[in-house]
Design a protein around this ligand. Structure first.
Ligand code: NAD
Ligand code: GLY
Length: 358
């Protein structure tokens, strides 16, 4: 088992990465949490696949277990959706010493984390991510929350988990489209933080797309390590953490323009990363060659690099104006000056941004 640490003083926590720890989740939780009751927050899809093993393991370790299974989908990631979780926590009689365990993808993790942050003003929280996106991104770093018609993830809290357990074997049931969406975030870490990892990703497409065990362990561990380093430096995103949003402002604009339907988050981010690469070149920061390398890498993983047919750039621009990261008329974008080194660039004009939306 690989073990990383997110070093945040008294809010530090480990990330455990291995093949098959779901069977031992009870024992792992005993080690890291004093809870007597655990509420598993999941969705109907993941419940069918993994809840039984999780419940048995927790019960064998002496926990009293309850389950809240949310309907599957980003459209339920709302304040209304949160009520089901609060109802479940109250029904099961959880108190402050007990724990919420998020078993699922980023939607489940964000909602369960927000519930843990707010129920009784904060109870223990454990992330058990089952999508690649959640293992490499959303389960680490403490961003929790829900969407609102006024913006994606606009209501939420920073709330760190006590433990993150990534079971690589759960990725075997993930549809290839979802797996690719997670890869978009993996590629992001190469662009913003590690030229070495970027080169590895350029060379290892086949093993990664085939989900070979060694490749999975490498991409999950390296992504978590790179993300944790940024989070430790700037937990509440007052500066450098913003680089983790590379490609995301464009991506959120695309998702908003498409009403969060048809396109998946990772696909929108993939297109956004290519736009941000072209912006980096247009601003005279990055070479044309590195912008092309980013586009080629994204495309080599079967991810989209351009707006879906029929989606107008003006609509995407309007979608971006809803983004909380650019309120107050300030257009700030994450760009890079070389592969492996991102920065936040302010004072950009609408014209510069519009030029790369295509
Ligand atoms: P998701 O949670 O909707 O999961 C994608 C799909 O995969 C769902 O249908 C789910 O039921 C299914 N699924 C989950 N695990 C499975 C498995 N092992 N086998 C088969 N199917 C499985 O979406 P996601 O892509 O995991 O996460 C996207 C969400 O994460 C967005 O809401 C986004 O805003 C959020 N996010 C948060 C952060 C953060 O820092 N908190 C970072 C990135 C993304
Ligand atoms: N996914 C962006 C962040 O965690 O900051």
């Amino acid at each position: 088992m690989k073990r990383l640490k997110v070093d945040l003083g008294d809010r530090s926590y480990p990330i455990l990465i291995a093949d098959g720890p779901l069977q031992n989740v009870g024992v792992l939780m005993r080690r890291y949490s004093p809870a007597s009751k655990v509420c598993i927050v999941t969705n109907t899809t993941v419940r069918r696949l993994y809840a039984d093993v999780c419940v048995t393991s927790l019960q064998n370790a002496g926990f009293k277990v309850s389950i809240v299974a949310l309907p599957d989908g980003e459209r339920y990631k709302t304040l209304r959706g949160m009520d089901r979780i609060y109802d479940g926590l109250i029904r099961a009689g959880l108190d402050r010493s007990d724990a919420v365990l998020a078993l699922g993808g980023g939607v489940t993790g964000d909602m369960a984390g927000f519930a843990a942050a707010t129920y009784m003003r904060g109870i223990n929280f454990v992330q058990f991510p089952t999508t690649l996106l959640a293992q490499v991104d959303s389960s680490v770093g403490g961003k929790t929350g829900v969407d609102h018609p006024g913006g994606k993830n606009i209501v939420g809290a920073f709330y760190q988990p006590k433990l993150v357990v990534c079971d690589l074997s759960t990725l075997s049931s993930l549809p290839q489209r979802e797996y690719r969406c997670g890869l978009a975030e993996v590629l992001k870490y190469g662009v913003i933080k590690s030229a070495t990892f970027f080169s590895y990703l350029e060379k290892s497409g086949r093993e990664i797309l085939d989900r070979k065990q060694g490749a999975l362990e490498k991409i999950v561990a390296e992504s978590c390590r790179l993300k944790a380093a940024v989070v430790v430096e700037d937990e509440r995103e007052s500066g450098i953490r913003a680089i983790l949003n590379y490609g995301h402002t464009f991506g959120h604009g695309i998702e908003t323009a498409m009403n969060f339907r048809t396109i998946k988050h990772g696909e929108a981010v993939a297109i956004g990363m290519v736009m941000a690469a072209h912006l980096s070149y247009l601003l005279g920061l990055a070479s044309a060659q590195s912008a092309v390398r980013v586009e080629n890498l994204v495309s080599s993983y079967g991810l989209p690099t351009k707006l879906p047919r029929g989606l107008s750039p003006a609509k995407v621009m309007a979608g971006m104006e809803h983004d909380k990261k650019i309120i107050g008329g300030k257009w700030r974008f994450v760009v890079f000056d070389k592969i492996g080194h991102a920065l936040v660039q302010g004072g950009l004009t609408r014209k510069e941004i519009a030029a790369v939306i295509r």
